[in-house]
Ligand binder design. Structure first.
Ligand SMILES: *Cc1c(COP(=O)(O)O)cnc(C)c1O
Ligand SMILES: [Zn+2]
Length: 447
């Protein structure tokens, strides 16, 4: 087995508007110095063509879920395509990716989608798919610090999952972390995670967009390294989700992929992964990409309905807190991706997302609210015939339901304005056999 590769693979940061100039991944830079727009990582594809598509697929398969450092992580197993310049001993990895992709047979049958799959990205180190990108970012920071770049700490604004992931990876790498959260707007589990990992947690009286404005300023003025997805380095790790899905299908491309979207870095990353597979001959066709948004925070949906003309909005409160974003930083990248991938954007109301999540839970899943948005959107698109009954559909489940106990409890207790159709609460009984027997009879319909 040849685990390591020797060719001088290279990746640099370039402006998404095509301004000239390239920047090292080891430079703390987040925007084009010429026009101020976002940067993106650009790989030297010609160098990567020194291996055939088949040889890349074999290499990635050989490394998948094994233990040769750092390739057992499904992100670092694709290191040459992700971040070739980082030294193996600077990598901070806790075995990312390799998450289960399962056939959702019963739920799919209920919706009339016989080939429905769920990619459970929430089964990861900190319980969300943010780990895929954070391992790359924190590894690069460690390399920069060891090379003498002055970085006081890493920081992010977060709706919950980014801060949990940043705090964990920074702690593993021995790097100070600062997370800035909107006070009272993240779940208890998401607040406890960065606290436990020893991050400095600043809870501000504002929303995500307000936290973002502050962290951006810190990162330009104070030697604080920005870990938000405006920093496109994270997207290089996030893009492996699409590559891994294709790998898990023995290198076959599914017809449709549905992903919940907030700041829209992830849909852009999904597209970037497919672009790279196509460019290197691993795939010959493209999936359709669907972004699912909460109706309360739907700026991309509005743009989709308006010829891709985008206007930022003030996001209203949604149970899908990780996608409660009114002014997504990666809007342009996302629109570009959706145009290339025959994209669809659909939305789900609070009742729709909660019911879809609960309905799927009844078939054995345990969904976070964002996955609920994606499942509700799937049901709508199927009902309208925009997804055919025989198409292979993958829903990207972005976080672990266990992080969202309040969301689940509120649903089953019919809290707030919810009108749950599948509420299920404990039956409280005395220590008495006959009472139990009557309850069992009611439950099994034989009373
Ligand atoms: C971050 C996140 C999203 C959205 O990803 P974006 O790149 O911001 O669009 C969706 N679901 C969960 C659970 C997340 O943490
Ligand atoms: Zn530029």
């Amino acid at each position: 087995m040849t685990m390591t590769t020797t060719a001088p693979y290279r990746a640099v940061l370039r402006c998404i508007q095509g301004c000239t100039g390239a920047h090292s991944l080891l430079e703390p830079i987040y925007r084009c110095p010429n026009c101020g727009d976002l940067l993106e990582v650009s790989h030297d594809l010609d160098a990567l063509r020194d291996r055939s598509a088949g040889s890349w697929m074999r290499l990635f398969d050989e490394r998948y879920k094994r233990t040769t450092w750092p390739y057992g992580s499904s992100v670092w197993g694709k290191k040459e395509w992700v971040c070739p310049g980082v030294d193996a001993d600077n990598i901070v990895s806790m075995d990312e990716g390799g998450t289960n992709l399962f056939w959702a047979e019963r739920f799919g049958r209920e919706l009339g989608v016989s080939d429905l799959w769920v990619k459970l990205c929430g089964n990861s180190h900190t319980g969300s798919f943010k780990d895929l990108g954070m391992t790359v970012l924190v590894s690069l920071v460690r390399q920069m610090m060891r090379q003498g770049v002055a970085i006081r700490a890493v920081a992010c604004a977060s709706t919950g999952d980014t801060s949990a992931s940043l705090a964990a990876y920074a702690a593993a790498g021995g790097i100070p972390a600062i997370v800035i959260l909107p006070r009272g707007k993240v779940s208890t589990a998401q607040l406890v995670q960065p606290l436990s990992n020893g991050a400095t947690v600043l809870a501000l009286d504002t929303d995500f967009d307000g936290c973002m404005a502050i962290v951006k300023r810190l990162s330009t003025e104070e030697g604080i390294y920005l870990a938000n997805s405006m920093n496109s380095i994270r997207l290089e790790g996030q893009k492996t989700v699409g590559i891994e899905i294709v790998q898990q299908f023995d290198w076959e491309v599914p017809d449709v992929i549905i992903i919940p979207g907030g700041n829209l870095g992830n849909v852009s990353a999904l597209g970037a992964g497919f672009d790279m597979m196509e460019a290197l001959g691993v795939t010959a066709r493209r999936p359709r990409i669907v972004v699912a948004q909460a109706a309360a925070a739907n700026p991309l949906y509005r743009a989709y309905r308006n010829d891709w003309r985008f206007e930022p909005i003030k996001a209203a409160t949604t149970q899908a807190s990780a996608i409660q974003i009114g002014n997504p930083v990666s809007i342009e990248k996302a629109i570009r991706t959706l145009r290339r991938y025959d994209g669809i954007v659909e939305q789900a109301t609070e009742d729709e997302l909660a019911d879809a999540s609960a309905r799927a839970d009844r078939t054995g899943m345990y969904n976070c609210p964002h996955t609920g948005v994606a499942l509700a959107v799937l049901a709508k698109l199927r009902a309208r015939g925009e997804i055919a009954s025989t198409e292979r559909v993958v829903v990207i489940s972005t976080a672990n339901g266990l992080k969202f106990t309040d969301f689940k409890l509120d649903y089953h207790r019919a809290a707030a304005d919810l009108r749950p159709r599948l509420a299920n609460l404990p039956v409280e009984l005395p220590d008495d056999y006959d009472s139990v027997l009557r309850a069992v009879a009611r439950a099994t319909g034989s009373s």
